[in-house]
Design a protein around this ligand. Structure first.
Ligand code: GDP
Length: 531
């Protein structure tokens, strides 16, 4: 038993978020290098090496250069066992990001130093704050011409509403990038421009008080650094870990992932500042991985057809307490039965491996014969427990889906239902018509593209999607007390139902929601479903 808690103590599980191109993949690759997990940087994404990559499994991702799915990578470093959860960079997949964050204990936000906070950083950050987890900021690409570091931290504070605390501070940028100053150790790590293609550059450490510093980084830069650090010490927030853990304050690091500058320091500080797996709320209390010996986990992601040859469906779960052993029997709470967990896979750097043992903090992918749903609990506690579910986002885009070849009805229905179970889209029907006319709702429009693509690639069904003008969906409070077909609507309102038969209203304009409530006394419209 003791050994199990020791293992859990070593775990650090975090997600990386960024606007596309800020350098998330590059940073991940470099982090993996420290774990000795891969020898060749560049194998996380196949883009540059041509090697098939784990985080790229769909052609659409490669075509568009975006990462649609999240994968998990594990590596060991200095006695820690680190799980990195990759998240899609595009805001249209922010719901997927949200679910992934549910499985993480902290998040790393990568920002491009020449661009600052970008549109998708904002969206994804908002998703992060819903989770109240510690957020660490890595300001990347300092080897390129960067914006003023004060302007960058100010922008993070203003646009994202989180206070910043720089752990290190850059000296110059681009051609004149001299290195970073560690505010804690008062040491400067110097940066020397690398030759093209060099993975790691030679660095040197020099004390701030060393009289030789001026000649190393240049007198002007030394004067600037002296002035800036004084300003920082006076004006920036103290590194208060309680505030960090609440998500009120983000420690900020400057570096350059591509040249591997500042990555290891970042990793070391990060590991010191983060905690082992945190307790998780259940409907009846809390599960504490450092105290509770039983196995418990929840499903945060379901993905079908990851491997075309096997047509399998994998349910990814985060272990919240205890130890997983291949073949163990657990209770699937929502399915109300015992099941055997076989064939669990885990991503180890660039390959999928079958795992025999895993611990709280780890993510395992279990073969899913179609029984799991997102948010489900698996456990073998003495008293049954269930983790709080994962809320679904209200779709903001709607489209009518039609089959082009109506002979393939079965595949069509199966495909669309399976994809909906993964949580990428939500399916609705016209009221009183059945599955003939399907309306799909999604959080982002790219999801429609993914749907069309996947129906073709995985189910061999071609569909036509006609986008609908609605943007707001509302649930009806206590629908059994309302005669929904008699609702006095507006011209931009549409009555639909979900697969459970619950009535829902779609609106093109937000003001119509209130108008309909006014026209129908007693009718209450809700932004979220109660189920
Ligand atoms: P992602 O979309 O966030 O995963 O970004 P990538 O890691 O794929 O990086 C996008 C581009 O920026 C690639 O061409 C990288 O080589 C480049 N890049 C990443 N980090 C750095 C860096 O520190 N410095 C420079 N100059 N380029 C970088």
């Amino acid at each position: 038993m003791a050994g199990e808690f020791e293992e859990i103590q070593k775990r650090r599980t975090f997600a990386i978020i960024s606007h596309p191109d800020a350098g998330k993949t590059t940073l991940t690759e470099k982090l993996l290098l420290y774990g000795g997990a891969i020898n060749l940087a560049g194998s996380v994404k196949g883009r540059k090496t041509g090697k098939h990559a784990v985080s790229d499994w769909m052609d659409i991702e490669k075509e568009r250069g975006i990462s649609v799915t999240s994968s998990v990578l594990q590596f060991n470093y200095e006695g820690f066992c680190i799980n990195i959860l990759d998240t899609p960079g595009h805001e249209d997949f922010s719901e997927d990001t949200y679910r992934t964050l549910m499985a993480a204990d902290s998040a790393v936000m990568v920002i491009d130093a020449s661009k600052g906070v970008e549109a998708q950083t904002r969206k994804l950050f908002k998703v992060c704050t819903l989770r109240h987890i510690p957020i660490f900021t890595f300001i990347n690409k300092m080897d390129r011409e960067a914006r003023d570091p004060f302007a960058l931290t100010d922008e993070i504070e203003e646009l994202l509403g989180i206070r910043t605390c720089p752990v290190n501070w850059p000296i110059g940028s681009g051609k004149n990038f001299k290195g970073v100053f560690d505010r804690n150790t008062k040491k400067i790590t110097t940066f020397q421009a690398a030759h093209a293609g060099m993975q790691e550059i030679a660095t040197k450490e020099i004390d701030f008080s060393d009289p030789a510093l001026g000649s190393v980084i240049g007198e002007d830069y030394l004067a600037q650094l002296t002035e800036e650090t004084e300003l920082l010490d006076g004006a920036s927030d103290e590194l208060d870990m309680a505030r960090v853990s609440r998500g009120d304050l983000t420690p900020v690091f400057f570096g350059s992932a591509l040249t591997n500058f500042g990555v290891e320091t970042f990793l070391e500080h990060f590991l010191k500042m983060t905690t082992p797996p945190l307790p998780r709320k259940t409907k009846s209390g809390e599960v504490n991985p450092m105290k509770d010996p039983f196995f418990s986990a929840f499903v945060f992601k379901i993905q079908a057809n990851m491997n075309k040859a096997h047509r399998d469906r994998i349910a990814f779960m985060r272990i919240c307490s205890g130890e997983y052993q291949a073949g163990m029997e657990v209770t699937h709470v929502q399915g109300k039965r015992k099941i055997r967990l076989n064939q669990s896979t885990q991503m180890m750097a660039d390959e999928r491996k079958i795992v025999e043992t895993a611990y709280a903090g780890d993510i395992i992918g279990v073969f899913d014969p179609g029984i799991f749903a997102i948010g489900d609990t698996l456990e073998n506690a003495r008293e049954p427990i269930a983790f709080e579910g994962i809320p679904t986002f209200a779709p903001e885009h709607f489209a009518r889906v039609r089959q082009i070849d109506t002979m393939k009805r079965k595949q069509f229905t199966k495909g669309i239902e399976q994809i909906a179970q993964e949580g990428a889209i939500q399916i609705f029907q016209e009221r009183n018509t059945g599955m003939e006319e399907i309306i799909v709702g999604a959080v982002g429009v790219l999801q429609f593209e993914v749907l069309t693509y996947r129906l073709k690639a995985e189910y061999n069904v071609e569909v036509r999607l006609d986008t609908l003008p609605y943007e707001y969906i509302r649930w009806i409070d206590e629908p059994e007390t309302v005669d929904v077909d008699k609702i006095q609507g507006t011209s931009d309102m549409k009555l639909i139902q979900n697969l459970k038969g619950e009535p829902l209203l779609l609106f093109a304009h937000p003001w119509s929601v209130r108008m309909v409530e006014e026209r129908n006394p007693g009718l209450k419209l809700l932004e979220f479903g109660k189920s």
